[in-house]
Write a protein that binds this ligand. Structure first.
Ligand SMILES: Nc1nc2c([nH]c(=O)n2[C@H]2C[C@H](O)[C@@H](COP(=O)(O)OP(=O)(O)OP(=O)(O)O)O2)c(=O)[nH]1
Length: 136
Protein backbone atom coordinates (compact mmCIF):
# COMPACT_ATOMS: atom_id res chain seq x y z
CA UNK A 1 0.00 0.00 0.00
CA UNK A 2 1.26 3.46 -0.97
CA UNK A 3 2.25 5.86 1.85
CA UNK A 4 1.13 9.46 1.35
CA UNK A 5 2.49 12.17 3.66
CA UNK A 6 0.13 15.08 4.14
CA UNK A 7 0.03 18.26 6.23
CA UNK A 8 -3.02 20.30 7.24
CA UNK A 9 -3.44 23.67 8.97
CA UNK A 10 -5.80 24.32 11.86
CA UNK A 11 -5.88 28.10 11.44
CA UNK A 12 -6.93 29.91 14.58
CA UNK A 13 -8.52 33.36 14.61
CA UNK A 14 -10.62 34.94 17.37
CA UNK A 15 -10.89 31.57 19.11
CA UNK A 16 -12.30 29.92 15.98
CA UNK A 17 -10.83 27.33 13.63
CA UNK A 18 -10.96 27.46 9.83
CA UNK A 19 -12.54 24.34 8.30
CA UNK A 20 -12.63 23.68 4.55
CA UNK A 21 -14.82 21.32 2.55
CA UNK A 22 -13.14 19.33 -0.23
CA UNK A 23 -14.63 19.95 -3.67
CA UNK A 24 -17.04 17.25 -4.85
CA UNK A 25 -14.89 16.02 -7.75
CA UNK A 26 -11.78 15.29 -5.64
CA UNK A 27 -10.74 12.21 -3.69
CA UNK A 28 -12.70 12.34 -0.39
CA UNK A 29 -15.03 14.85 -2.06
CA UNK A 30 -17.48 16.79 0.14
CA UNK A 31 -15.69 15.84 3.36
CA UNK A 32 -14.33 18.52 5.68
CA UNK A 33 -10.58 18.79 6.16
CA UNK A 34 -7.84 21.11 7.29
CA UNK A 35 -6.46 22.95 4.23
CA UNK A 36 -3.07 21.64 3.14
CA UNK A 37 -1.75 18.87 0.94
CA UNK A 38 0.98 16.42 0.15
CA UNK A 39 4.56 16.92 1.29
CA UNK A 40 6.97 16.90 -1.65
CA UNK A 41 10.19 14.88 -1.69
CA UNK A 42 12.85 16.45 0.58
CA UNK A 43 10.43 19.16 1.75
CA UNK A 44 10.06 19.98 5.45
CA UNK A 45 6.46 19.53 6.67
CA UNK A 46 6.14 23.15 7.81
CA UNK A 47 7.44 24.40 4.44
CA UNK A 48 4.93 22.15 2.64
CA UNK A 49 2.14 23.66 4.71
CA UNK A 50 3.17 27.23 3.89
CA UNK A 51 3.37 26.33 0.16
CA UNK A 52 -0.01 24.55 0.11
CA UNK A 53 -1.84 27.38 1.90
CA UNK A 54 -0.46 29.81 -0.66
CA UNK A 55 -1.51 27.53 -3.56
CA UNK A 56 -4.96 26.61 -2.22
CA UNK A 57 -6.14 29.78 -0.49
CA UNK A 58 -3.62 32.44 -1.55
CA UNK A 59 -2.86 32.90 2.15
CA UNK A 60 0.34 33.44 4.14
CA UNK A 61 0.59 31.71 7.51
CA UNK A 62 2.73 31.28 10.59
CA UNK A 63 3.03 27.62 11.58
CA UNK A 64 2.65 26.77 15.27
CA UNK A 65 2.85 23.49 17.18
CA UNK A 66 1.72 20.16 15.75
CA UNK A 67 -1.65 18.92 16.94
CA UNK A 68 -1.23 15.23 16.16
CA UNK A 69 -0.15 12.81 13.42
CA UNK A 70 -2.55 10.07 12.46
CA UNK A 71 -2.31 7.34 9.83
CA UNK A 72 -5.46 6.33 8.04
CA UNK A 73 -5.70 3.46 5.58
CA UNK A 74 -7.85 4.50 2.61
CA UNK A 75 -8.41 2.28 -0.44
CA UNK A 76 -5.98 4.50 -2.42
CA UNK A 77 -3.16 4.44 0.18
CA UNK A 78 -2.11 5.13 3.76
CA UNK A 79 -2.43 8.84 4.51
CA UNK A 80 -0.06 10.04 7.25
CA UNK A 81 -1.67 13.33 8.20
CA UNK A 82 0.02 15.83 10.52
CA UNK A 83 -2.09 18.82 11.49
CA UNK A 84 -0.40 21.99 12.77
CA UNK A 85 -1.93 24.97 14.48
CA UNK A 86 -1.40 28.07 12.33
CA UNK A 87 -2.27 31.74 12.05
CA UNK A 88 -2.86 33.94 9.02
CA UNK A 89 -0.35 36.69 8.34
CA UNK A 90 -2.19 37.39 5.07
CA UNK A 91 -5.79 36.25 5.14
CA UNK A 92 -7.17 34.94 1.85
CA UNK A 93 -9.87 32.42 0.94
CA UNK A 94 -9.47 31.57 -2.73
CA UNK A 95 -11.47 28.36 -3.01
CA UNK A 96 -9.36 26.47 -5.57
CA UNK A 97 -9.66 22.98 -4.12
CA UNK A 98 -12.63 23.56 -1.82
CA UNK A 99 -16.35 24.22 -2.23
CA UNK A 100 -16.90 25.86 1.13
CA UNK A 101 -15.15 27.22 4.20
CA UNK A 102 -16.39 27.88 7.69
CA UNK A 103 -15.05 29.28 10.96
CA UNK A 104 -16.03 26.95 13.80
CA UNK A 105 -15.77 27.22 17.54
CA UNK A 106 -13.98 24.24 19.13
CA UNK A 107 -17.24 22.87 20.46
CA UNK A 108 -18.79 22.88 16.95
CA UNK A 109 -16.02 20.94 15.17
CA UNK A 110 -17.61 17.54 15.68
CA UNK A 111 -20.77 18.68 13.90
CA UNK A 112 -19.00 18.50 10.52
CA UNK A 113 -18.33 15.29 8.57
CA UNK A 114 -14.55 15.05 8.50
CA UNK A 115 -12.22 13.01 6.30
CA UNK A 116 -11.46 9.91 8.42
CA UNK A 117 -7.77 10.82 8.86
CA UNK A 118 -8.78 14.14 10.46
CA UNK A 119 -10.90 12.86 13.30
CA UNK A 120 -8.02 12.44 15.79
CA UNK A 121 -6.78 15.99 15.16
CA UNK A 122 -10.28 17.42 15.31
CA UNK A 123 -10.85 15.77 18.71
CA UNK A 124 -7.47 16.94 20.06
CA UNK A 125 -8.24 20.52 18.99
CA UNK A 126 -11.53 20.37 20.86
CA UNK A 127 -9.60 19.74 24.10
CA UNK A 128 -6.79 22.29 23.53
CA UNK A 129 -6.61 25.55 25.47
CA UNK A 130 -6.15 27.78 22.40
CA UNK A 131 -4.92 30.73 24.50
CA UNK A 132 -1.75 28.74 25.32
CA UNK A 133 -0.58 28.42 21.69
CA UNK A 134 2.38 30.43 20.40
CA UNK A 135 3.32 31.08 16.76
CA UNK A 136 6.67 32.15 15.38
N1 LIG B 1 -5.15 18.54 2.43
C1 LIG B 1 -5.66 17.59 3.21
N2 LIG B 1 -5.73 16.33 2.73
C2 LIG B 1 -6.26 15.41 3.53
C3 LIG B 1 -6.75 15.71 4.82
N3 LIG B 1 -7.25 14.57 5.37
C4 LIG B 1 -7.07 13.57 4.47
O1 LIG B 1 -7.39 12.39 4.61
N4 LIG B 1 -6.46 14.08 3.33
C5 LIG B 1 -6.05 13.29 2.16
C6 LIG B 1 -6.76 13.64 0.88
C7 LIG B 1 -5.73 13.34 -0.19
O2 LIG B 1 -5.73 11.95 -0.45
C8 LIG B 1 -4.43 13.67 0.52
C9 LIG B 1 -3.98 15.09 0.27
O3 LIG B 1 -3.91 15.36 -1.06
P1 LIG B 1 -4.21 16.81 -1.64
O4 LIG B 1 -5.26 17.49 -0.88
O5 LIG B 1 -2.94 17.49 -1.82
O6 LIG B 1 -4.69 16.56 -3.07
P2 LIG B 1 -5.46 15.47 -3.90
O7 LIG B 1 -4.87 14.12 -3.69
O8 LIG B 1 -6.93 15.60 -3.67
O9 LIG B 1 -5.18 15.96 -5.34
P3 LIG B 1 -3.87 16.47 -6.06
O10 LIG B 1 -3.77 17.92 -5.75
O11 LIG B 1 -2.72 15.66 -5.59
O12 LIG B 1 -4.20 16.22 -7.49
O13 LIG B 1 -4.67 13.50 1.91
C10 LIG B 1 -6.67 17.03 5.30
O14 LIG B 1 -7.09 17.39 6.41
N5 LIG B 1 -6.11 17.96 4.46
Amino acid sequence: MKDIYVVGAAIIKDNQILCTKRATDRILGDLWEFPGGKIELDEAPEAALVRELKEELGADILVGPAVVTDVHQYDFGNVHLTVYYAQFTKESFGLVAHSQMKWCHQSELNQLTWAPADVAAMQAIQKQDLSQLTFK
